[in-house]
Design a protein around this ligand. Sequence first.
Ligand SMILES: [Zn+2]
Ligand SMILES: [Zn+2]
Length: 434
Amino acid sequence: MPGETDLYDLLGISPSASEDEIKKAYRKKARDIHPDKNRDDPNAGTKFQEMAAAYEILSDPETRALYDEGGMEGLQGGRSGGMDMDDLFTQFFTGRGGGFSFGFDMGGPSRGRKNDSVIPHQVTLEDLYNGKTVKMNMEKQVLCNTCKGSGAKGNAKAKQCSGCEGSGRVYVKMQLGGGRMAVSPQKCENCNGKGEKLREKDMCKKCKGSGTVKEKTRQEIFIEKGMQDQQRIVLAGAGDEEPGVSAGDVVFVLKLLPHDSFERNGNDLLVKIKITLSEALLGFSRILLTHLDGRGIKVTSPPGKILQPNSTIVLRGEGMPIYKRPDTKGDLFVLFEIEMPSEEWLRSVDHQILENILPPKKPEMQPQPEIVDEVNFEEIDVRSQSFPASQDFFDHGFANQRDEIIDEDWEDEDEDEEGDEFMHGPAEPECRQQ
Ligand SMILES: [Zn+2]
Ligand SMILES: [Zn+2]
């Protein structure tokens, strides 16, 4: 009987399960614990990947036997004990891939650097708010299973390279300035710096001597709620394999596309809403916006409240979900822009009545300056004039609303809480996917 059964537990099967039962259990689990179906569970992505890794090990008779005999340590080629499951999983993921089929090189020390693939992946703010599963077809290099990565046919051995006489380097003469020459060592092209080379007839037919072949894989990444622009999702060991080097990682780097309505700052959001002059004066009770998950957000202004141009309110808990704690959300700041009525409207109303209703015009300056010049009224868009002051003067972007956010907050009690963090740029992810 095996001593360690954690991997079997992950699949919900007994250690005596047949290969067929393992496959069936995996398919059922994959359906049940798929992150798409467990959107409320922040760890759903991790659970799924652990389960897939367990299947990866148990579905291969060779690795299953190693596991049955020595547990995760057995798989690791007898590395030091005293690790808990998580550490072992991390090691497992670091050394090899979850959810991918390829040969295991059992615990042998790897030489050289592994080959990571970094792939930018565009996401919308909706994706980061709601979470998303992305499936993609990828191609990667895997060790050739015919020659086990050696590139050789049968027991054929590589012969010393004639180009570099086994050193892997060739010396190239270089012309320096002033008629001087230098000799610089360079990698031998003939053997790719290895110093030895297989003869054509000794090469493995399948991989043509390279030791690796291309394989199509289908990969799923889980964009979790609250992830940040530039955040990395690492699929450890899912990248290209190379003989003698542990498999590379596939690293997805999220690239957030700008949103038409919302701006993000850490866990908070800002949105600009246009209200009419009558709403600014008389209040409103309506759906102000459609949120990133499609919900309508209805707000009622307090009776008697006049909204000044560019005043701001905060809708607590309506910001971005917080990464790994998606039940908690940041805040949503709403900046009000006041739409003045049109001239068409003005032509349709009685100006005398309007003047009687509205607050009085400003009185003429008293005392009047001695000289008063009458000048022309000419409209122009001063923002097109490259004024030195234009940036601070006209920009009503997120950062510049800081004071107003604090002043105009309809919730009076938390006035001091907001200010400090607000000026910083996009926050670093609280913790990175590993
Ligand atoms: Zn081969
Ligand atoms: Zn050579």
